[in-house]
Design a protein. Structure first.
Length: 244
């Protein structure tokens, strides 16, 4: 997977501009804030009596719905884009490379995360507390089986879908129009890691962002990074469930 692949077919060249990606990102953030604010207002006003079992699925579901709505309105509709413009193209036999690319990428991400945690421990950073306070899935074990299934579906299927449309569809394409391929890949990975606001998981997220961007360029479609993203989220969710 080389970031210097510049001789791409016309149908595989970047479609979204950096400006379009920036506007879409802003509206995704605003819609998520509005959805989160609505949940808080409903809870504080007593209109909805949230419990742990209802709040977690409601939070994941509303954030995901808000992000997908924002992308539809402010990326697809506003710019008259089609799914193919953002990478939803039919994969060829090259997609079979994912059989080794996905496990290799996850292993590399885990090694990088282990090294990062080791470095944090050298400066007496309390990684255990940081993980417990920043993990949105930490209360997953308190849900009933149907609600657990709903959260797992959102985390492993819908979240990778909309995040890849934004980061490896619009944003990576926009950065690729403005910067050299290597710079575009690194910047997109850094932004992907930063917006998750999880310092203790930065190394894993950054390396995952690099792998997702490289897969987008290697395969020429967005299905490849979606599958890696889904596999990574599924693994994290499985670890959380087995640790409970």
């Amino acid at each position: 997977m080389s970031v210097s692949e510049t001789h791409q077919p016309a149908s595989q060249r970047p479609e979204a501009t950096l400006g379009q990606a920036a506007w879409a990102s802003m509206f995704v953030a605003l819609y998520i804030l509005a959805a989160s604010g609505a949940l808080v207002a409903l809870g504080l006003s007593g209109v909805v009596d949230f419990t742990l079992e209802s709040l977690l699925p409601a939070a994941f579901g509303s954030v995901t719905a808000a992000a997908m709505l924002a992308l539809y309105v402010h990326l697809f509709r506003r710019n008259s884009m089609t799914p193919a413009d953002l990478g939803f193209r039919r994969p060829g036999l090259r997609i079979l490379h994912l059989l080794w690319q996905i496990p290799v990428a996850i292993i590399v991400c885990m090694l990088a995360q282990g090294l990062f945690l080791g470095l944090l421990s050298l400066i007496d950073f309390d990684t255990a507390t940081a993980r417990s306070t920043s993990d949105p899935l930490k209360d997953l074990g308190g849900l009933s089986t149907p609600l657990t299934a709903v959260v797992v579906l959102v985390v492993t299927v819908l979240t990778p879908l909309w995040e890849e449309v934004l980061f490896r569809g619009a944003l990576l394409d926009g950065l690729s129009r403005r910067f050299r391929p290597f710079t575009a890949v690194v910047l997109s990975a850094a932004l992907f890691a930063v917006v998750h606001l999880v310092l203790v998981g930065f190394a894993y997220l950054f390396m995952l962002g690099l792998a997702l961007a490289l897969l987008r360029r290697f395969h020429g479609n967005i299905w490849a990074p979606i599958l890696l993203h889904a596999a990574s989220n599924a693994l994290v969710t499985l670890v959380v469930l087995t640790a409970i």
